[in-house]
Design a protein around this ligand. Structure first.
Ligand SMILES: [Fe+2]
Ligand SMILES: [Fe+2]
Length: 169
């Protein structure tokens, strides 16, 4: 059985993963409308990954006798538009850093509650956040390097499409 504190924390996290999925989806659609065919594929794909993160949490909570449910609140995406691709990835990097802090906090709670099953379960998310932060940072650094050179951004978008095809991401 999960303690009330742990169940509450995990439920919050599953809702955050759902919000992440919607945020990536929103960004993918925005980028697609701007004509970035490669970057949008990456973002659409990532939206699916975030949904899997949510599912993993739902199923774990249920397996441990809790009730893994979405809180049904409307997701509020504050940003309706972005000035540039760079701004979009800066926001995304901030978002992933926020998620990392929340995972870190959950790990702390699992230790406080001496719930080593949940502690072990959360390690997957710890690894995932390390990978995600590094990946988004890498993309952001490349975009910063490109600067205002539109031609280079065009080729970077093409590269992203190829990366996507070869499943490097
Ligand atoms: Fe996630
Ligand atoms: Fe993520």
């Amino acid at each position: 059985m999960l303690s009330e504190k742990i169940e509450k924390g995990l439920t919050k996290q599953l809702n955050r993963e759902s919000e992440s999925s919607q945020l990536y989806l929103y960004m993918a659609s925005w980028v697609e409308r701007k004509g970035y065919e490669g970057i949008c594929e990456f973002l659409y794909d990532h939206s699916n990954e975030e949904r899997i993160h949510m599912l993993k949490l739902i199923r774990y909570i249920n397996k441990r006798g809790g009730s893994g449910i979405l809180n049904g609140r409307e997701t509020i995406i504050n940003i309706t538009t972005y000035v540039s691709i760079k701004e979009l990835f800066m926001k995304l990097f901030e978002h992933e850093q926020k998620i990392s802090r929340e995972i870190n906090f959950l790990v702390e709670i699992s230790l406080q509650e001496k719930d080593y099953f949940t502690y072990n379960f959360l390690q997957w998310y710890v690894e995932e956040q390390i990978e995600e932060e590094a990946l988004i940072k890498m993309i952001l650094d490349k975009i910063k390097l490109i600067g205002s050179d539109k031609g280079s951004l065009y080729f970077f978008d093409k590269d992203m499409k190829n990366f996507h095809k070869t499943k490097k991401f």
